[in-house]
Design a protein around this ligand. Structure first.
Ligand SMILES: [Zn+2]
Length: 103
């Protein structure tokens, strides 16, 4: 008996069955703009450094870079590839359309 399951529907994925590995990389993006004036930048840096001391190392790493992997069955792969954000169930703010969110 296989111990692989579809991450979306929970279906058992038997040996030899068609299944798909989804690997997602989430990277922090920086547009080069710091939303601080020079005067309060020093205070902000001090606040960040103070928080770094109390934050979990994994949490800090996840804020910058994160990888997520899961397996989908054939049916769920088609659904995920067609609509990865399940936009039929999610209401995007400001009525943004999915096409505007994907680069
Ligand atoms: Zn599935």
């Amino acid at each position: 008996m296989s111990d692989k399951f579809c991450a979306r529907c929970g279906k058992s994925l038997t040996e030899g069955s068609l299944n798909y590995m989804v690997h997602i990389q989430i990277l922090s993006d920086f547009d080069g703009v710091l939303p601080y004036t020079e005067d309060d930048l020093s205070e902000e840096i001090q606040a960040v450094l103070k928080n770094v001391d109390t934050m979990d190392a994994q949490e800090l790493e996840d804020d910058v870079y994160q990888e997520i992997s899961f397996v989908l069955c054939e049916k769920c792969k088609k659904i995920f590839a067609r609509d990865p954000f399940s936009s039929d169930k999610v209401v995007f703010p400001y009525n943004k359309k999915l096409e505007n969110l994907i680069h």
